[in-house]
Ligand binder design. Sequence first.
Ligand SMILES: Nc1ncnc2c1ncn2[C@@H]1O[C@H](COP(=O)(O)OP(=O)(O)OP(=O)(O)O)[C@@H](O)[C@H]1O
Ligand SMILES: O=C(O)c1ccc[n+]([C@@H]2O[C@H](COP(=O)([O-])O)[C@@H](O)[C@H]2O)c1
Length: 186
Amino acid sequence: MRIGLFGGSFDPIHLGHLLAASEAAEALGLDRVLFVVAARPPHKTPVAPPEARYEMVLLATAEDPRFCPSRLELDRPGPSYTVDTLEEARRLFPRDELFFITGADAYRDVLTWKEGRRLPELATLVAVARPGYALEGVPLPVLPLYVPEVGISSTEIRRRLKEGRSVRYWVPRPVEVYLAKHALYR
Ligand SMILES: Nc1ncnc2c1ncn2[C@@H]1O[C@H](COP(=O)(O)OP(=O)(O)OP(=O)(O)O)[C@@H](O)[C@H]1O
Ligand SMILES: O=C(O)c1ccc[n+]([C@@H]2O[C@H](COP(=O)([O-])O)[C@@H](O)[C@H]2O)c1
């Protein structure tokens, strides 16, 4: 099997993530895309707790048989280092081909990640080209993936919710309902 691991804080997950994952699955012939929720990202402090971000990923991915939420980084203590996740994934899926997918913007700092230089040994790195971020600055070999530009970010969603504005059509409907029910990011 060809397995994609889509790494992100998902604070919250939105339609830009789902479109990128779907395009990656189609372009790379992936059988599965695991959405790896960074429980304790080493580089930023998420606003919502890890379990809430995971529950929203669960809701957002429920309808697509290719998509699975992943608890790999929630169930491991300490900072959510990608090298540890990929080593664990290699142990779990020894015969499968692994792809680590994230935004091109994140890869610009990849040499500052824990054992960043080793990542290409563990999985093919896939960089989703995002509006406003060029692929040129990426210091390791990555497979570029161009997706239709969707100017949605979790930051903008949190800002809108804080201002009491709607996020309808920015996130899947069940996530919109969850955000309202739990008054997240208000
Ligand atoms: N609209 C989008 N189109 C393509 N890629 C995206 C989009 N939004 C996020 N990504 C990429 O998905 C990866 C995981 O995203 P992350 O969970 O950090 O969301 P984000 O919207 O970038 O969050 P934030 O605004 O809080 O930084 C990132 O590397 C990011 O570049
Ligand atoms: O392993 C690291 O040191 C490391 C440092 C920064 C970011 N990452 C990962 O990069 C992915 C993108 O992160 P983000 O939240 O900036 O979109 C996510 O899976 C993070 O866990 C990983």
